[in-house]
Ligand binder design. Structure first.
Ligand code: IMP
Length: 427
Protein backbone atom coordinates (compact mmCIF):
# COMPACT_ATOMS: atom_id res chain seq x y z
CA UNK A 1 0.00 0.00 0.00
CA UNK A 2 0.88 3.57 -0.50
CA UNK A 3 3.61 5.92 0.44
CA UNK A 4 3.14 9.67 0.20
CA UNK A 5 6.20 11.90 -0.07
CA UNK A 6 6.14 15.42 1.37
CA UNK A 7 8.83 17.47 -0.30
CA UNK A 8 9.98 21.06 -0.09
CA UNK A 9 9.45 22.85 -3.41
CA UNK A 10 11.51 25.96 -2.65
CA UNK A 11 14.59 26.74 -0.52
CA UNK A 12 13.44 24.90 2.60
CA UNK A 13 11.30 26.25 5.45
CA UNK A 14 8.11 25.74 3.43
CA UNK A 15 6.16 24.45 6.42
CA UNK A 16 6.64 20.74 5.74
CA UNK A 17 6.53 20.03 9.48
CA UNK A 18 2.95 21.23 9.74
CA UNK A 19 1.87 19.36 6.60
CA UNK A 20 3.47 16.12 7.82
CA UNK A 21 1.89 16.64 11.24
CA UNK A 22 -1.49 17.10 9.55
CA UNK A 23 -1.15 14.02 7.35
CA UNK A 24 0.23 11.91 10.19
CA UNK A 25 -3.30 11.83 11.60
CA UNK A 26 -4.00 9.26 8.87
CA UNK A 27 -0.56 7.63 8.61
CA UNK A 28 1.04 4.79 10.56
CA UNK A 29 4.64 5.59 9.77
CA UNK A 30 6.49 8.86 9.20
CA UNK A 31 9.98 8.43 7.83
CA UNK A 32 12.60 11.14 7.45
CA UNK A 33 14.94 10.51 4.52
CA UNK A 34 17.61 13.21 4.27
CA UNK A 35 19.49 16.15 5.69
CA UNK A 36 20.32 16.38 9.36
CA UNK A 37 20.07 18.86 12.17
CA UNK A 38 20.39 21.68 9.62
CA UNK A 39 16.61 21.23 9.33
CA UNK A 40 14.24 22.85 11.76
CA UNK A 41 10.61 21.85 11.65
CA UNK A 42 8.24 23.84 13.80
CA UNK A 43 5.24 21.89 15.03
CA UNK A 44 2.51 23.34 17.25
CA UNK A 45 0.06 20.96 18.93
CA UNK A 46 -1.47 19.99 22.28
CA UNK A 47 1.99 19.42 23.80
CA UNK A 48 3.11 22.96 22.92
CA UNK A 49 5.49 24.37 20.33
CA UNK A 50 8.45 22.27 19.16
CA UNK A 51 11.40 22.92 16.91
CA UNK A 52 12.40 19.52 15.67
CA UNK A 53 15.71 19.00 13.94
CA UNK A 54 15.92 15.23 13.55
CA UNK A 55 12.91 13.46 15.01
CA UNK A 56 10.13 13.13 12.39
CA UNK A 57 7.09 15.32 12.96
CA UNK A 58 4.78 12.30 13.43
CA UNK A 59 6.19 11.56 16.90
CA UNK A 60 3.29 13.32 18.63
CA UNK A 61 0.76 10.68 17.56
CA UNK A 62 0.60 7.51 19.65
CA UNK A 63 -0.30 5.42 16.58
CA UNK A 64 2.64 6.59 14.45
CA UNK A 65 6.01 4.88 14.12
CA UNK A 66 8.80 7.34 13.29
CA UNK A 67 11.86 6.38 11.30
CA UNK A 68 15.09 8.26 10.72
CA UNK A 69 16.33 6.73 7.50
CA UNK A 70 19.73 5.80 6.15
CA UNK A 71 19.91 9.03 4.11
CA UNK A 72 19.87 11.27 7.18
CA UNK A 73 23.15 12.37 8.76
CA UNK A 74 22.62 12.23 12.48
CA UNK A 75 24.35 14.18 15.19
CA UNK A 76 23.71 11.78 18.08
CA UNK A 77 24.07 14.52 20.66
CA UNK A 78 21.34 16.58 18.99
CA UNK A 79 19.12 13.51 18.58
CA UNK A 80 19.44 12.55 22.24
CA UNK A 81 18.74 16.12 23.35
CA UNK A 82 15.62 16.11 21.21
CA UNK A 83 14.48 12.76 22.61
CA UNK A 84 15.05 14.03 26.18
CA UNK A 85 13.11 17.20 25.45
CA UNK A 86 10.18 15.27 23.98
CA UNK A 87 10.10 12.83 26.88
CA UNK A 88 10.33 15.70 29.36
CA UNK A 89 7.17 17.16 27.84
CA UNK A 90 5.28 13.88 27.97
CA UNK A 91 5.75 12.68 24.39
CA UNK A 92 6.24 8.92 23.96
CA UNK A 93 9.40 8.17 21.94
CA UNK A 94 9.23 4.38 22.12
CA UNK A 95 8.15 4.12 18.45
CA UNK A 96 11.11 6.08 17.16
CA UNK A 97 13.79 4.17 15.25
CA UNK A 98 17.11 5.18 13.72
CA UNK A 99 18.59 3.39 10.72
CA UNK A 100 21.74 1.42 11.45
CA UNK A 101 22.95 2.68 8.06
CA UNK A 102 22.50 6.39 8.89
CA UNK A 103 25.80 8.25 8.89
CA UNK A 104 26.83 10.14 11.99
CA UNK A 105 27.86 13.74 12.32
CA UNK A 106 31.14 13.61 14.22
CA UNK A 107 32.78 16.46 16.18
CA UNK A 108 35.30 17.03 13.37
CA UNK A 109 32.45 17.55 10.90
CA UNK A 110 31.04 20.40 12.95
CA UNK A 111 34.52 21.92 13.36
CA UNK A 112 35.31 21.60 9.66
CA UNK A 113 31.95 23.07 8.61
CA UNK A 114 32.85 26.27 10.49
CA UNK A 115 36.49 26.32 9.37
CA UNK A 116 35.56 25.77 5.71
CA UNK A 117 33.00 28.57 5.88
CA UNK A 118 35.61 30.90 7.35
CA UNK A 119 38.11 29.90 4.66
CA UNK A 120 35.55 30.78 1.96
CA UNK A 121 35.57 34.38 3.22
CA UNK A 122 33.29 36.54 1.08
CA UNK A 123 32.24 33.41 -0.83
CA UNK A 124 30.83 31.70 2.26
CA UNK A 125 27.75 29.58 1.56
CA UNK A 126 25.97 30.51 4.76
CA UNK A 127 25.73 26.90 5.96
CA UNK A 128 24.05 26.09 9.26
CA UNK A 129 27.46 24.95 10.58
CA UNK A 130 25.94 21.71 11.86
CA UNK A 131 28.54 19.55 10.12
CA UNK A 132 26.14 18.42 7.40
CA UNK A 133 28.34 19.02 4.34
CA UNK A 134 31.49 17.43 5.84
CA UNK A 135 29.48 14.43 6.99
CA UNK A 136 28.08 13.77 3.49
CA UNK A 137 31.59 14.31 2.09
CA UNK A 138 32.86 11.50 4.32
CA UNK A 139 29.96 9.28 3.34
CA UNK A 140 30.92 9.64 -0.34
CA UNK A 141 34.62 9.29 0.50
CA UNK A 142 33.91 6.03 2.35
CA UNK A 143 35.19 7.61 5.55
CA UNK A 144 31.84 7.91 7.28
CA UNK A 145 30.82 6.25 10.52
CA UNK A 146 27.33 4.77 10.64
CA UNK A 147 24.96 4.53 13.59
CA UNK A 148 25.15 0.73 13.67
CA UNK A 149 28.92 0.87 14.15
CA UNK A 150 28.51 2.43 17.59
CA UNK A 151 27.13 -0.86 18.86
CA UNK A 152 30.35 -2.81 18.36
CA UNK A 153 33.11 -1.10 20.31
CA UNK A 154 36.36 -2.59 18.99
CA UNK A 155 35.65 -2.41 15.25
CA UNK A 156 34.34 1.13 15.87
CA UNK A 157 37.56 2.16 17.64
CA UNK A 158 39.64 0.81 14.77
CA UNK A 159 37.74 2.71 12.10
CA UNK A 160 37.56 5.89 14.18
CA UNK A 161 41.34 5.75 14.77
CA UNK A 162 41.94 5.56 11.01
CA UNK A 163 39.52 8.36 10.15
CA UNK A 164 40.57 10.61 13.01
CA UNK A 165 44.20 10.45 11.95
CA UNK A 166 43.21 11.97 8.62
CA UNK A 167 40.90 14.53 10.19
CA UNK A 168 43.53 15.57 12.71
CA UNK A 169 46.04 16.05 9.90
CA UNK A 170 43.53 18.36 8.23
CA UNK A 171 42.71 20.22 11.43
CA UNK A 172 46.33 20.76 12.45
CA UNK A 173 48.20 21.12 9.15
CA UNK A 174 45.64 22.95 7.03
CA UNK A 175 43.70 24.87 9.65
CA UNK A 176 46.32 25.17 12.42
CA UNK A 177 43.93 23.83 15.06
CA UNK A 178 44.37 21.42 17.96
CA UNK A 179 43.86 17.73 17.14
CA UNK A 180 40.91 15.82 18.60
CA UNK A 181 41.65 13.04 21.07
CA UNK A 182 40.78 9.53 19.95
CA UNK A 183 39.86 8.48 23.48
CA UNK A 184 37.67 11.53 23.95
CA UNK A 185 35.67 11.06 20.74
CA UNK A 186 35.55 7.27 21.18
CA UNK A 187 34.17 7.43 24.73
CA UNK A 188 31.70 10.18 23.90
CA UNK A 189 30.31 8.26 20.91
CA UNK A 190 30.25 4.89 22.72
CA UNK A 191 28.11 6.56 25.39
CA UNK A 192 25.76 7.90 22.69
CA UNK A 193 25.70 4.40 21.18
CA UNK A 194 24.57 2.87 24.45
CA UNK A 195 21.76 5.37 24.81
CA UNK A 196 20.74 4.98 21.18
CA UNK A 197 20.93 1.16 21.18
CA UNK A 198 17.15 0.66 21.68
CA UNK A 199 16.42 2.94 18.73
CA UNK A 200 18.89 1.52 16.17
CA UNK A 201 17.30 -0.84 13.62
CA UNK A 202 17.19 -1.79 9.98
CA UNK A 203 14.51 0.83 9.29
CA UNK A 204 14.13 -0.35 5.68
CA UNK A 205 12.61 -3.57 6.99
CA UNK A 206 10.21 -1.70 9.28
CA UNK A 207 9.12 0.47 6.37
CA UNK A 208 8.60 -2.49 4.07
CA UNK A 209 6.57 -4.31 6.72
CA UNK A 210 4.32 -1.26 7.20
CA UNK A 211 3.73 -1.01 3.44
CA UNK A 212 3.02 -4.73 3.22
CA UNK A 213 0.43 -4.36 5.99
CA UNK A 214 -1.26 -1.77 3.79
CA UNK A 215 -0.51 1.17 6.05
CA UNK A 216 0.01 4.76 4.97
CA UNK A 217 3.63 5.82 5.12
CA UNK A 218 4.64 9.47 4.95
CA UNK A 219 8.12 10.16 3.60
CA UNK A 220 9.12 13.38 5.32
CA UNK A 221 11.37 15.73 3.39
CA UNK A 222 13.80 18.25 4.77
CA UNK A 223 15.16 21.35 2.97
CA UNK A 224 13.82 21.95 -0.55
CA UNK A 225 14.33 21.34 -4.28
CA UNK A 226 16.33 24.54 -4.83
CA UNK A 227 18.83 23.41 -2.17
CA UNK A 228 19.31 20.01 -3.86
CA UNK A 229 22.94 19.07 -4.44
CA UNK A 230 22.27 18.29 -8.12
CA UNK A 231 19.36 20.55 -8.99
CA UNK A 232 19.66 23.51 -6.63
CA UNK A 233 21.52 26.78 -7.06
CA UNK A 234 24.94 25.09 -6.84
CA UNK A 235 27.20 25.72 -4.95
CA UNK A 236 24.69 27.50 -2.70
CA UNK A 237 22.99 24.23 -1.83
CA UNK A 238 22.98 21.65 0.90
CA UNK A 239 24.88 18.38 0.48
CA UNK A 240 21.92 16.02 0.20
CA UNK A 241 19.09 15.38 -2.21
CA UNK A 242 15.80 16.79 -0.91
CA UNK A 243 14.06 15.76 -4.16
CA UNK A 244 12.20 12.52 -4.83
CA UNK A 245 15.27 10.43 -5.68
CA UNK A 246 16.70 11.26 -2.28
CA UNK A 247 13.46 10.14 -0.63
CA UNK A 248 13.73 6.68 -2.16
CA UNK A 249 17.47 6.23 -1.66
CA UNK A 250 17.35 7.77 1.79
CA UNK A 251 14.92 5.15 3.01
CA UNK A 252 15.54 2.18 0.77
CA UNK A 253 12.00 2.15 -0.62
CA UNK A 254 10.91 1.37 -4.17
CA UNK A 255 9.35 4.02 -6.44
CA UNK A 256 6.54 1.50 -7.03
CA UNK A 257 5.34 2.18 -3.50
CA UNK A 258 4.72 5.88 -4.12
CA UNK A 259 1.15 6.95 -4.57
CA UNK A 260 1.42 10.69 -4.06
CA UNK A 261 4.19 13.24 -4.15
CA UNK A 262 3.14 16.41 -2.41
CA UNK A 263 5.14 19.58 -3.01
CA UNK A 264 5.07 22.06 -0.16
CA UNK A 265 5.38 25.75 -1.06
CA UNK A 266 4.97 28.90 0.88
CA UNK A 267 2.55 31.35 -0.73
CA UNK A 268 5.69 33.46 -1.26
CA UNK A 269 9.42 32.56 -1.24
CA UNK A 270 12.08 32.65 1.43
CA UNK A 271 15.71 31.75 1.57
CA UNK A 272 18.15 31.66 4.46
CA UNK A 273 21.86 31.70 3.72
CA UNK A 274 23.61 32.94 0.60
CA UNK A 275 22.78 32.35 -3.06
CA UNK A 276 20.30 33.62 -5.62
CA UNK A 277 16.65 34.34 -4.84
CA UNK A 278 15.39 35.72 -8.18
CA UNK A 279 12.11 37.13 -6.85
CA UNK A 280 13.59 38.74 -3.72
CA UNK A 281 11.34 41.57 -2.53
CA UNK A 282 12.61 45.11 -2.19
CA UNK A 283 13.77 45.94 1.31
CA UNK A 284 10.64 47.42 2.86
CA UNK A 285 8.24 44.79 1.52
CA UNK A 286 10.70 42.01 2.46
CA UNK A 287 10.82 43.33 6.01
CA UNK A 288 7.05 43.55 6.21
CA UNK A 289 6.58 39.93 5.15
CA UNK A 290 9.46 38.77 7.38
CA UNK A 291 7.95 40.38 10.46
CA UNK A 292 4.41 39.25 9.76
CA UNK A 293 5.56 35.70 8.91
CA UNK A 294 8.18 35.55 11.71
CA UNK A 295 10.63 34.57 9.00
CA UNK A 296 13.68 33.71 11.09
CA UNK A 297 15.53 30.39 10.71
CA UNK A 298 14.27 27.68 13.09
CA UNK A 299 17.80 26.26 13.40
CA UNK A 300 20.04 29.32 13.35
CA UNK A 301 17.67 32.23 14.08
CA UNK A 302 18.99 34.04 11.00
CA UNK A 303 16.52 36.40 9.25
CA UNK A 304 15.14 34.81 6.10
CA UNK A 305 15.22 36.71 2.84
CA UNK A 306 11.70 37.07 1.42
CA UNK A 307 10.52 37.03 -2.18
CA UNK A 308 7.38 36.74 -4.29
CA UNK A 309 6.13 33.35 -5.45
CA UNK A 310 8.54 32.13 -8.11
CA UNK A 311 6.59 30.15 -10.70
CA UNK A 312 9.67 29.33 -12.79
CA UNK A 313 11.37 27.71 -9.80
CA UNK A 314 8.07 26.05 -8.80
CA UNK A 315 7.56 24.53 -12.27
CA UNK A 316 11.12 23.23 -12.12
CA UNK A 317 10.61 21.67 -8.68
CA UNK A 318 7.35 20.15 -9.87
CA UNK A 319 8.98 18.61 -12.94
CA UNK A 320 11.91 17.18 -10.96
CA UNK A 321 9.68 15.61 -8.34
CA UNK A 322 6.55 14.77 -10.34
CA UNK A 323 4.31 16.50 -7.81
CA UNK A 324 0.81 15.05 -7.80
CA UNK A 325 -0.42 17.95 -5.68
CA UNK A 326 0.75 21.11 -3.95
CA UNK A 327 0.36 22.27 -0.36
CA UNK A 328 0.42 26.07 -0.11
CA UNK A 329 1.35 27.27 3.34
CA UNK A 330 1.27 30.65 5.08
CA UNK A 331 -1.35 32.14 2.82
CA UNK A 332 -2.47 34.20 5.84
CA UNK A 333 0.90 35.98 5.95
CA UNK A 334 -0.20 37.85 2.79
CA UNK A 335 -3.55 38.93 4.32
CA UNK A 336 -2.76 42.63 4.60
CA UNK A 337 -0.97 43.27 1.33
CA UNK A 338 -2.84 45.42 -1.22
CA UNK A 339 -1.23 43.74 -4.23
CA UNK A 340 0.61 40.46 -4.79
CA UNK A 341 3.12 39.58 -7.43
CA UNK A 342 3.67 36.16 -8.98
CA UNK A 343 6.55 35.42 -11.30
CA UNK A 344 5.71 33.28 -14.35
CA UNK A 345 8.92 33.72 -16.35
CA UNK A 346 12.36 35.32 -16.23
CA UNK A 347 13.78 37.86 -18.65
CA UNK A 348 17.44 38.06 -19.56
CA UNK A 349 17.94 41.05 -21.84
CA UNK A 350 15.30 40.58 -24.54
CA UNK A 351 15.07 36.84 -24.05
CA UNK A 352 12.31 35.19 -22.02
CA UNK A 353 13.30 32.18 -19.94
CA UNK A 354 10.64 29.77 -18.77
CA UNK A 355 13.02 27.16 -17.37
CA UNK A 356 15.22 27.41 -14.32
CA UNK A 357 18.82 27.72 -15.54
CA UNK A 358 21.78 25.74 -14.19
CA UNK A 359 24.21 28.63 -14.59
CA UNK A 360 24.50 30.81 -11.53
CA UNK A 361 25.77 33.90 -13.42
CA UNK A 362 22.80 33.54 -15.78
CA UNK A 363 20.36 33.12 -12.88
CA UNK A 364 21.80 36.24 -11.28
CA UNK A 365 21.02 38.21 -14.45
CA UNK A 366 17.43 36.93 -14.59
CA UNK A 367 14.73 39.54 -14.05
CA UNK A 368 11.39 38.12 -12.92
CA UNK A 369 8.38 38.82 -15.12
CA UNK A 370 5.52 39.44 -12.70
CA UNK A 371 1.82 39.25 -12.90
CA UNK A 372 0.14 41.40 -10.27
CA UNK A 373 -3.00 40.28 -8.47
CA UNK A 374 -5.05 42.34 -6.02
CA UNK A 375 -4.67 41.35 -2.35
CA UNK A 376 -7.71 40.09 -0.40
CA UNK A 377 -6.96 42.29 2.64
CA UNK A 378 -9.01 40.17 4.99
CA UNK A 379 -8.02 37.70 7.74
CA UNK A 380 -7.95 34.05 6.60
CA UNK A 381 -7.03 32.25 9.83
CA UNK A 382 -10.58 31.27 10.79
CA UNK A 383 -11.57 29.98 7.37
CA UNK A 384 -11.81 26.20 6.99
CA UNK A 385 -13.44 25.67 3.59
CA UNK A 386 -11.94 26.62 0.24
CA UNK A 387 -15.22 28.10 -0.98
CA UNK A 388 -15.25 30.43 2.05
CA UNK A 389 -11.94 32.04 1.10
CA UNK A 390 -12.27 35.56 -0.35
CA UNK A 391 -12.47 35.35 -4.17
CA UNK A 392 -9.10 37.13 -4.46
CA UNK A 393 -7.41 34.54 -2.27
CA UNK A 394 -8.95 31.77 -4.38
CA UNK A 395 -7.76 33.57 -7.51
CA UNK A 396 -4.23 33.64 -6.07
CA UNK A 397 -4.32 29.88 -5.46
CA UNK A 398 -5.77 29.28 -8.95
CA UNK A 399 -2.94 31.33 -10.44
CA UNK A 400 -0.37 29.11 -8.67
CA UNK A 401 -2.15 26.05 -10.10
CA UNK A 402 -2.09 27.60 -13.55
CA UNK A 403 1.63 28.50 -13.39
CA UNK A 404 2.66 25.07 -12.09
CA UNK A 405 0.03 22.93 -13.88
CA UNK A 406 -0.47 21.16 -10.59
CA UNK A 407 -3.56 21.02 -8.34
CA UNK A 408 -3.44 22.60 -4.90
CA UNK A 409 -4.67 19.98 -2.43
CA UNK A 410 -3.95 21.70 0.87
CA UNK A 411 -3.87 25.34 1.97
CA UNK A 412 -2.52 26.36 5.35
CA UNK A 413 -3.84 29.58 6.91
CA UNK A 414 -2.09 29.40 10.29
CA UNK A 415 0.39 27.36 12.29
CA UNK A 416 -2.16 25.26 14.17
CA UNK A 417 -3.12 21.81 12.91
CA UNK A 418 -6.76 22.82 12.40
CA UNK A 419 -5.87 25.97 10.44
CA UNK A 420 -5.88 23.90 7.28
CA UNK A 421 -8.13 23.88 4.21
CA UNK A 422 -8.47 20.97 1.79
CA UNK A 423 -9.70 22.32 -1.56
CA UNK A 424 -10.09 18.73 -2.79
CA UNK A 425 -10.00 15.36 -1.02
CA UNK A 426 -6.46 14.31 -0.19
CA UNK A 427 -6.92 10.65 0.58
P1 IMP B 1 24.03 23.22 5.22
O1 IMP B 1 22.90 22.32 4.86
O2 IMP B 1 24.12 23.50 6.68
O3 IMP B 1 25.32 22.77 4.62
O4 IMP B 1 23.73 24.65 4.55
C1 IMP B 1 23.72 24.85 3.12
C2 IMP B 1 22.61 25.82 2.72
O5 IMP B 1 21.35 25.19 2.93
C3 IMP B 1 22.58 27.09 3.55
O6 IMP B 1 22.14 28.16 2.72
C4 IMP B 1 21.52 26.81 4.60
O7 IMP B 1 20.93 27.99 5.10
C5 IMP B 1 20.54 25.99 3.78
N1 IMP B 1 19.72 25.09 4.59
C6 IMP B 1 20.08 23.90 5.11
N2 IMP B 1 19.06 23.35 5.78
C7 IMP B 1 18.03 24.19 5.67
C8 IMP B 1 16.68 24.15 6.11
O8 IMP B 1 16.20 23.21 6.76
N3 IMP B 1 15.92 25.23 5.80
C9 IMP B 1 16.39 26.26 5.05
N4 IMP B 1 17.63 26.34 4.60
C10 IMP B 1 18.44 25.32 4.90
Amino acid sequence: MPAIAILGGQWGDEGKGKVVDYLAQRAHTVARFGGGSNAGHTVINQYGEFRMHLVPSGVFYPHVTCLIGNGVVVDPKVLLEEIDLLRGRGVDTSRLFLSDRAHLVMPYHVLLDGLEEEARGAGALGTTRRGIGPSYVDKAARLGIRAGELLDREPFRKRLAFVLEQKNALLTRVYGREPLSLEGVFNEYCAYGERLRPFIRDTGLLLEAALERGEWVVLEGAQGALLDLDFGTYPYVTSSSPTIGGALTGLGVSSRRLEQVLGVFKAYSTRVGEGPLPTEMEKEMGQRVRERGHEYGATTGRPRRCGWFDGVAARYASRLNGFTGLAITRLDVLDELPALKLCGAYKVGHETLEHFPASLPLLERCQPVYEELPGWQAPLRNIRRFEDLPPRARAYIKKIEEITSCPVVLVSVGPQREETILPRPLF
